[in-house]
Design a protein around this ligand. Structure first.
Ligand code: MN3
Length: 199
């Protein structure tokens, strides 16, 4: 079995003006594609040759001898999740009432959620990810370093933002706060978040 690169769920320029087609050409077309290619090369003639990405991640997480495979598999998975966390479709950007209620419980208000999510994205030192997760039905914001992914901690991710520099440098240079704030305000796919929450 070969791990497939997710087909981008929108046109390469669909996230403009917030994320440029140039960024997607590199971030999706080069970075994400490379993680997928690396996984496929690394699992040849191993017990993981027929495993799904989720199975690989679960089986090699925390094992130093498989750090390289974990990094590439988790990055491949995280990026698929990231592209699905974003949407150009206005209908998908509406926050479903059930999630808004949960947001109010966990963060006090929608603004409180946005502030907490942005702060997490900005304060993650170096490369990593900021996530909105469900922890047994309660919404939380967590961050992971490098290729880290909350699915190894028993959390259910709802949305994520990639805060590796390659995610924003072409459009925002060093201004990670602007990238995070713009993404949170304009691109989050709450339809996808709800689908994940209901799993
Ligand atoms: Mn990335």
């Amino acid at each position: 079995m070969t791990i497939q690169l997710l087909e981008l769920p929108y046109a390469i320029n669909a996230l403009e003006p917030y994320i440029s087609s140039k960024t997607l050409e590199f971030h999706y077309g080069k970075h994400h594609a490379a993680y997928v290619k690396n996984v496929n090369e690394m699992v040849v003639d191993t017990p993981f040759a027929n495993a799904t990405l989720e199975e690989i991640i679960a089986q090699v997480s925390g094992k130093p001898e498989y750090q390289g495979l974990f990094n590439n598999a988790a990055q491949a998975w995280n990026h698929t999740f990231f592209w699905n966390s974003l949407t150009p479709v206005p209908e998908n950007k509406k926050i479903p009432p059930v999630l808004l209620e949960k947001i109010n419980v966990s963060f006090g208000s929608l603004d409180g959620f946005k502030e907490t999510f942005k702060k997490a994205a900005v304060s993650q030192f170096g490369s990593g990810w900021a996530w909105l997760v469900s922890d047994k039905g309660n919404l939380k914001i967590v961050t992971t370093s490098n290729a880290g992914t909350p699915i190894t901690s028993g959390l259910t991710p709802l949305l994520c933002i990639d805060v590796w520099e390659h995610a924003y440098y072409l459009d925002y240079q060093n201004r990670r706060p602007d990238f995070a704030g713009t993404t949170i305000d304009n691109l989050l796919n709450w339809k996808f978040a709800l689908e994940n929450y209901q799993k």
